[in-house]
Design a protein around this ligand. Structure first.
Ligand code: FAD
Length: 390
């Protein structure tokens, strides 16, 4: 029986030896530390806090940033790492994406030199954990023009009022980047809000049916006081928020590849182990047809995100490039995890076989960081010249 390998065109081999070593180190970490506990933590909807120091030893947070103790590697390697994590547990890759991409990325792209010096080295070592608060209970897709959380400057202090929903890591994060509309100039501003700031409260969201290991919070800000020194000094409008999202959306496309790859590999292994009619189910033509359909989609997804990251590394990545990959890869991911579940028969809905977790988690990846519709409209605007947004 050939080895199970979802990287059919061996794209991983194109990484340089140092980067390949890091990719394989992350794979080994995920197999050793996460795989044995993933279903249990998912079932209990708890986060395995003990893995944070072990993950820090991999030295992969803020992977592409230069300076501030960050390693300064390529976006391509960062993509491979997101894929390796999601291949085993999409929740862990989401935790990491929020820390390294959304949260550190906001400070890296929009912070002052002093803010970067203060936070990035500690966040790189995972000594300080971050979150990213943009979505609100009543405003999701429409955040660009519709944010209702307000900020108002009073001397050297800002007062923030409003609520943020779905904020990953925020039940235990040391800081959360909060985006709010300035009541004076009507522009969106970003703030480094510390958990001890007066008027800040984060409450765990219960009963999620996907990414259960990720701790999402409903944050309430009541006259929350933040000093001017903690306002992101280079975030002056929603355009700056969008810069962060462009970078992280490419990462979500890689995450979708990882989730799909994990499901495909589980299904391929299972079809060789499971016998019916006296033969492995992998020997049936219809089963092989399904596996090959999955592999074709998976390979197309991988080659797409590979090129996406090359463009990112060359400074050519536009919003519509990232959005197209997010739409395509999350759609194909959904199809692949469904086929994988089908190949498990009844066992496909039992958590012990893991595939049910992949199916559920895919639903969250499909919707966050811009739904299919919103990302399609971004691409549609670019290719037609007409904006379908109101
Ligand atoms: P809505 O905006 O209410 O959309 C509902 C439906 O309407 C969707 O199908 C949408 O595509 C469609 N729709 C809306 N507008 C249009 C239109 N103009 N044309 C066509 N269709 C449209 N946010 C954060 O800020 N930080 C986080 O850490 C974070 N983590 C998350 C983790 C999880 C597990 C999830 C599920 C979400 C998270 N989010 C986070 C929020 C996420 O980004 C939003 O859920 C997402 O942007 C969609 O917003 P919504 O859920 O409010 O859906």
């Amino acid at each position: 029986i050939p080895a199970v390998n979802g990287d059919f065109y061996e794209l991983g081999k194109t990484l340089n030896p140092k980067e390949r070593e890091i990719q394989l180190k992350v794979r080994e970490f995920m197999e050793r530390e996460i795989k044995p506990i993933a279903n249990d933590y998912w079932n209990r909807a708890e986060f395995p806090m003990h893995i944070i120091p072990k993950m820090a030893e991999l030295n992969i947070a803020g992977l592409t940033y230069h300076g501030y103790d960050c390693p300064g590697h390529s976006a391509l390697l960062e993509g491979f790492i997101a894929m390796e994590m999601a291949r085993v547990d999409t929740s862990i890759s989401t935790f990491f994406g929020v820390q390294s991409g959304l949260s550190m990325g906001s400070i890296y792209l929009c912070g002052s030199e002093e803010q970067k010096q203060t936070w990035l080295p500690k966040m790189q070592k995972l000594e300080k954990i971050g979150a990213f608060g943009l979505t609100e209970p009543e405003v999701g897709s429409g955040v660009a023009g519709g944010l209702t959380t307000t900020c108002k400057r009073e001397g050297d202090v800002w007062k923030i009022n409003g609520q943020k929903k779905w904020i990953g890591n925020a039940t235990f994060s040391d800081i959360t980047i909060i985006w709010a509309r300035d009541m004076d100039d009507n522009q969106v501003k970003g703030f480094i809000v510390r958990k001890e700031n007066p008027g800040y409260q984060a409450e765990k969201m219960q009963d999620k049916m996907a990414l259960r290991t990720v701790q999402n919070a409903l944050i309430t800000l009541t006259n929350c006081e933040v000093p001017e020194s903690d306002r992101l000094q280079e975030a002056n409008s929603f355009r700056d928020t969008a810069k962060v999202l462009r970078m992280t959306r490419a990462g979500v496309a890689w995450q979708a590849v990882g989730c799909a790859r994990g499901a495909y590999e589980l299904a391929l292994a299972y079809t060789n182990e499971r016998n019916q009619f006296g033969r492995p189910i992998a020997s049936f033509q219809l089963v092989q047809d399904l596996l090959v359909t999955m592999l074709g989609d998976l390979t197309a997804m991988q080659t797409m995100v590979f090129r996406l990251s090359e463009m990112q590394d060359q400074g050519e990545l536009l919003d519509e490039h990232a959005s197209l990959a997010k739409v395509f890869c999350t759609l194909r991911m959904r199809s692949i995890v469904d086929h994988a579940r089908e190949l498990f028969g009844g066992n496909g809905i039992l958590l012990e076989h893991s595939i049910a977790r992949f199916v559920a988690d895919a639903e969250a990846v499909y919707s966050y960081e811009g739904t299919k519709e919103i990302n399609s409209l971004i691409v549609g605007r670019a290719i037609t010249g007409h904006s379908a947004f109101v």
